[in-house]
Design a protein around this ligand. Structure first.
Ligand SMILES: Cc1cc2nc3c(=O)[nH]c(=O)nc-3n(C[C@H](O)[C@H](O)[C@H](O)COP(=O)(O)O)c2cc1C
Length: 324
């Protein structure tokens, strides 16, 4: 059996991964020689993510953190997709390996965050762009970078259209409000969800916060915020895959996590401008109009320099561990 202490250390790193609306749709268990990561469908987002595409991307992010942590503690890892009792699972087989190189990205797992503020007008240096490209080179997903105003302007219409479709959908807004945590107390108590301080909202409590979100945050106000953010973005990264299935979504998560941790190492922040990959109409338009050669858009990321913001919370470790 994977020893208690090692298992807990790996899970602690895994849960620092990002997830849509910070829903943390994962459960962990262990077997003789593997750490297992399973979807927690009770934490799915039926409106924002009806295919559960982003749920599996989040599992991929958690798996990459877990593999980096295992290597840090002296184990080599092998990832297998499996099922148990009709449940999908990612199995990370661990083998003690005293020659294991220390993964440099381990240190950055705890510093990575989704940083949603305005970025500075600074171009990413050439060497750092090369480091980002190298980080994702072997991930199995494709990453296309868009740098400078002209290249980013190609993406802008899809981002703005998708925002307008989502923000005009009452079901999307209801789900968003459900996952909002309007005060530090609420965020701490639940240990999940979108903490107001991380999305640029004041701490108001649920009644006033829901009122604000329902009445003041509109498709128009979001569009103004997005336009400002786009005008200050150094580089964007579009992650694509050749297929749309859980294996490729997990690959996307692994690829994203490597990119995000490498960016963090380079003092670069990132956030998601993901709506055009979430809304079927805009996703389809991107595929048809953007010379992606049949590839499927999975994640759209903004990269740039800024101050860090507040960190969101995670659930307690024992709430995500199950026995098989
Ligand atoms: C697949 C996926 C999709 C996401 N989509 C969005 C998004 O559309 N907009 C956004 O602001 N954040 C998005 N996020 C970021 C999450 O909200 C964030 O990871 C979560 O709140 C936890 O915060 P952290 O990344 O700072 O740990 C996404 C994250 C993942 C993994």
């Amino acid at each position: 059996m994977i020893p208690d202490e090692l298992f807990l250390k790996i899970v602690r790193s895994a849960v620092k991964a990002p997830s849509g609306h910070n829903a943390q749709p994962w459960l962990f268990s262990r077997s003789e020689e593997a750490v297992c990561i399973m979807p927690d469908y009770q934490r799915a987002l039926p409106v924002a993510d009806p295919q559960q595409r982003e749920l599996f991307i989040s599992l991929g992010c958690a798996a990459e953190n877990a593999m980096i942590a295992a290597r840090f503690y002296g184990y080599s890892t092998q990832l297998h997709l499996d099922s148990w009792d009709n449940r999908f699972m990612i199995k990370l087989f661990l083998r003690k390996d005293d020659n294991q190189e220390q993964p440099e990205l381990f240190t950055y797992i705890k510093y990575r965050q989704t940083t949603r503020n305005l970025y500075d007008d600074i171009t990413i240096p050439y060497d750092d762009m090369i480091a980002l490209k190298r980080a994702v080179f072997t991930s199995g997903s494709e990453v296309k970078f868009y740098t400078g105003e002209q290249e980013i302007s190609v993406l802008a219409p899809y981002i703005l259209d998708a925002n307008s479709i989502q923000m005009s959908d009452p079901a999307y807004r209801r789900e968003l409000i459900h996952w909002m945590r309007f005060s530090q107390r609420e965020a701490l108590r639940k240990g999940d969800g979108l903490y107001a301080a991380c999305v640029g909202l004041p701490s108001l409590g649920r009644t006033a916060g829901s009122f604000l979100l329902r009445n003041w945050v509109t498709a128009g106000s979001e569009e103004r915020r997005l336009r400002k953010q786009l005008s200050k973005t150094a580089t964007m990264a579009l992650i694509t895959t050749v297929k749309d299935d859980p294996a490729h979504w997990i690959e996307t998560g692994i690829c994203f996590q490597r990119l995000a941790l490498t960016a963090t190492r380079l003092n670069l922040n990132h956030s998601f401008m993901n709506a055009p990959c979430q809304v079927p109409e805009t996703r389809f338009q991107m595929m048809n109009e953007m010379a992606l050669e049949g590839a499927l858009p999975q994640l759209l990321i903004r990269l740039g320099y800024s101050e860090k913001i507040a960190y969101p919370f995670r659930r307690r470790i024992h709430d995500v561990i199950v026995t098989m």
